[in-house]
Design a protein around this ligand. Structure first.
Ligand SMILES: Cc1cc2nc3c(=O)[nH]c(=O)nc-3n(C[C@H](O)[C@H](O)[C@H](O)COP(=O)(O)OP(=O)(O)OC[C@H]3O[C@@H](n4cnc5c(N)ncnc54)[C@H](O)[C@@H]3O)c2cc1C
Length: 466
């Protein structure tokens, strides 16, 4: 049985095993822990744990596990599936004080970062050592390494570098009972039984607390360029993607799509001149990052774009000519999330479908949603190169529309959550993407590693034994 009232005994133990600044209670707890990017309700936490070391995380977990005190892990609270929101009776375990970041180790091209380090700090440390960190997301300044690992964050360069999982060369995690697991030694080869790291990547804090990670880096690009293109159809966009993949010699690093309402909306939101005129059917942002042969890579990219226009895959294109233009075009794409927060009656699906199904899925899903509400606006943007759309719609029929959309996603062989996770918000739809046997296996794993269910309980799926 779980004790929902930790009582003085737990607080006394925590006070004994943790330094004063690692435990906040009462009025010392600021409203920041209840923040949510979607503005949804988060309960008041019983107390806040702010450990500064792995040993403190371990001691705090052992104390909470002993009395069944439920905890929610928090990094930067930028998660978009609500798993960081506080449920009644929970305390917060925040990694905000674990912000140490190691030197880049040139032999392995890796660095070790603590869980509370912002993603951007890792990107900057890599750049200072003439390397690149492969994951980039709009929330880079606030999202933490622990949160990004726990959501297996994706972002704009998955096409070239993979999701967060691909960046992990080692992990340190703490289980609910306080046991510490570590694979930080930096071994590329280690087949001594199960690869336990994989369990924690994308587990949304349900299986353990990530405390440190050894992160892989890539050579810094010698050239990077971004092009914005208008394209007439989805089929043409996919032909353009194939062309750029085939000609770029692996340098194609991003291939993003914006539908007209997303493009026009973001441009209006930022008050910037449109890079290409409004009114096209689709807009594509394509980026190359070349690790050698800068001039040749840029010429090849430009020649491919010219050929795409000649073949009718693209109608118009502009290419960044300076670092300033490069940054301004990415700023336009980055502003999408903030822009959509300004719109009323918005529903948002982070979905993926196989690229082979995309040309059918998009018009069919739009037609189906227009049947529910003919006034539906499609403010869609996404990582088309990965088959991942941030399918944002404006409609008064949000609940019915989302149900319809997610069923159509599954009918086209897709996933109801491409990169944001299930958290709390998408729990009702997990069963559409995962079989009963898969969900039962996940629940058994959870019960084995966290038998009292103290870590992020009721995220992804309901706690067993209800
Ligand atoms: C503007 C914007 C753009 C975004 N763009 C993208 C994008 O392109 N791609 C993408 O994938 N996501 C994107 N996101 C979502 C979000 O930024 C990522 O999921 C991010 O990785 C979450 O990091 P965080 O530190 O904020 O984690 P939080 O929101 O604090 O937590 C997320 C989850 O991880 C758990 N958690 C946090 N820290 C730990 C830890 N140390 N150990 C165990 N569990 C932990 C939490 O309990 C929760 O389940 C975006 C969000 C915003 C606001």
């Amino acid at each position: 049985m779980t004790n929902t009232n930790p009582g003085q005994g737990l607080l006394d133990r925590l006070t004994r095993v943790l330094p004063q600044r690692a435990l906040l209670m009462g009025d010392a707890i600021g409203p920041v822990y209840q923040e949510d990017r979607r503005g949804r309700f988060s309960a008041k936490p019983r107390f806040i744990l702010r450990p500064g070391t792995t040993a403190e995380v371990s001691a705090a977990l052992a104390a909470c596990d002993a009395v069944g005190q439920r905890l929610v892990m928090q990094g930067g609270r930028t998660g978009l599936a609500g798993a960081h929101r506080i449920m009644e009776g929970e305390a917060v375990l925040s990694l905000e004080r674990m912000t140490a970041i190691g030197e880049v180790e040139p032999e392995s091209a890796t660095l070790i970062a603590e869980a509370g380090v912002p993603l951007q700090a890792v990107q900057m440390a890599a750049a200072r050592a003439n390397h690149l960190f492969g994951v980039d997301i709009g929330s880079r300044g606030t999202a933490t390494i622990g949160g990004a690992i726990s959501t297996n964050a994706g972002g704009i360069r998955v096409l070239r570098y993979g999701m967060f999982r691909a960046q992990i060369a080692g992990l340190e995690t703490v289980l609910a009972d306080g046991s510490v697991l570590s694979s930080l030694r930096g071994l590329d080869k280690d087949n001594t039984g199960y690869d336990l790291n994989q369990l924690f990547i994308g587990a949304e804090g349900t299986l353990g607390v990530v405390t440190r990670a050894r992160l892989r880096l890539h050579p810094a690009p010698v050239a990077e360029q971004i092009a914005v293109l208008s394209v007439p159809t989805i089929a043409a966009a996919l032909a353009l993607l194939r062309r750029l993949k085939q000609t770029s010699g692996g340098a194609l690093s991003a291939f993003e799509i914006m539908l007209p309402d997303a493009y026009a909306g973001v441009i209006g939101f930022l008050g910037m001149p449109p890079p290409l005129p409004l009114g096209a059917a689709f807009y594509i942002l394509a980026e190359i990052q070349a690790s050698s042969g800068a001039e040749a890579a840029e010429q090849t990219f430009q020649a491919a774009l010219m050929a795409a226009i000649t073949e009718g895959e693209a109608l118009d294109a502009i290419i960044s000519q300076s670092q300033r233009e490069f940054a301004a075009l990415w700023a336009m794409r980055d502003a999408f999330a903030d822009y959509t927060r300004t719109i009323d009656h918005v529903s948002s699906g982070d979905i993926s479908v196989p690229l082979s199904a995309m040309a059918a899925f998009l018009p069919q899903s739009q037609a189906a949603l227009r049947q529910i509400d003919p006034e539906t606006a499609f403010i869609i943007c996404g990582h088309l190169g990965d088959g991942n759309l941030h399918y944002v719609i404006q409609t008064q029929q949000g609940a019915a529309a989302m149900e319809c959309l997610l069923h159509m996603v599954v009918a086209h062989g897709g996933s109801v959550s491409a990169e944001h996770g299930i958290g709390v918000d998408k729990k009702p739809w997990l069963r559409l993407s995962r079989s009963a046997a898969e969900i039962a296996a996940m629940q058994r794993l959870k019960a084995a590693l966290d038998p009292r269910g103290i870590l992020n309980r009721d995220r992804i799926f309901d706690h067993l034994g209800r």
